[in-house]
Design a protein around this ligand. Structure first.
Ligand code: SAM
Length: 266
């Protein structure tokens, strides 16, 4: 699929839930957050329908995200169903790693190819503080299990700035080198101010190379993370929502009024 600015759109990110088992300071403000009702959350049937139609339109890469995708019940069933769709060449998942130890082998068996793990520090106390209560030993065990299950290449996503300190980044850099993992830094985005920025080693932030659409956890297609444009598949139907998102995908990100990374999937 080619959009109005000549960009090839071949990458679909699917936020399978707005729920998360961590409360990262830069992402979720527990006092302000309004969780989706269960009937509002995108169903597996809807996700499969969107992937099938998107693949029919020429998309071939799918990433599951959230919230935390591994807290969605029966996520391995969804992975298996997507993996079976002809034309999905790359099926990946972004996770905080907390539940990866017990799920890595089932995910690989279901057809998942690889994982990105968010890791903003390797210091146990700093991790507990940044995530408001997370246990870093779960993440290390999850990464080891992902390696053993062959969910590679494993990439680490590390937020820099905001509540994350330079010493946190240095600790993750050392860990990435020791573990032979690829590291991508993500500049802290201040959604309160509607600011966005570039992610090294990815097209994110470089709008002229943006190849993605998002299916958010409220069953809407979003053409740009830094825009409020959103097309409900329930109101418009899947095909029309996808076509409108491609037709109206902005040339570049602008201001957005949402602070909903955990619902859209980052
Ligand atoms: N739970 C999964 C995880 O931890 O990777 C997937 C969802 S999480 C919302 C996706 C990405 O968004 C993570 O890499 C996280 O670091 C990033 N993110 C969330 N809020 C952010 C912010 N304000 N600035 C920069 N990155 C942010």
């Amino acid at each position: 699929m080619i959009d109005g600015f000549g960009r090839i759109i071949d990458y679909l990110r699917v936020s399978v839930t707005d729920r998360c088992n961590l409360r990262c300071r830069y992402c979720i403000q527990p006092d302000e957050v309004k969780w989706l009702r269960h009937d509002e959350i995108v169903t597996f049937e809807e996700i499969i329908q969107v992937v099938k139609i998107a693949v029919g339109m020429g998309m071939n890469k799918v990433r599951l995200t959230g919230g935390e995708p591994l807290v969605r019940r029966d996520i391995c069933t969804l992975v298996a169903e997507i993996a079976r769709i002809d034309g999905v060449d790359d099926l990946a998942l972004s996770t905080n790693g907390v539940l990866l130890e017990q799920m890595a082998f089932s995910l690989a068996r279901a057809g998942l190819k690889r994982v990105n793990v968010s890791l903003d520090t390797t210091d146990a106390e700093r991790f507990r503080d940044l995530t408001r209560g997370g246990d870093i030993s779960r993440v290390f065990a999850g990464i080891a299990a992902a390696k053993a299950a062959g969910l590679e290449p494993i990439k680490l996503n590390c937020v820099v700035g905001g509540p994350c300190q330079h010493s946190d980044l240095l600790s993750v850099q050392r860990y990435a080198i020791a573990q032979k993992l690829e590291l991508r830094t993500i500049p802290f985005m201040d959604f309160a101010a509607g600011r966005f920025s570039v992610i090294s080693g990815s097209s994110r932030g470089d709008c002229s190379r943006c190849n993605r659409l998002r299916l958010s956890s409220d069953a809407s297609i979003r053409p740009c993370l830094f825009s409020d444009l959103s097309f409900s598949i329930r109101e418009l139907g899947v095909e029309r929502a996808l076509r409108l998102a491609i037709e109206l995908k902005p040339e570049s990100g602008g201001r957005c009024s949402h602070n909903w990374m955990h619902g859209i999937g980052g």
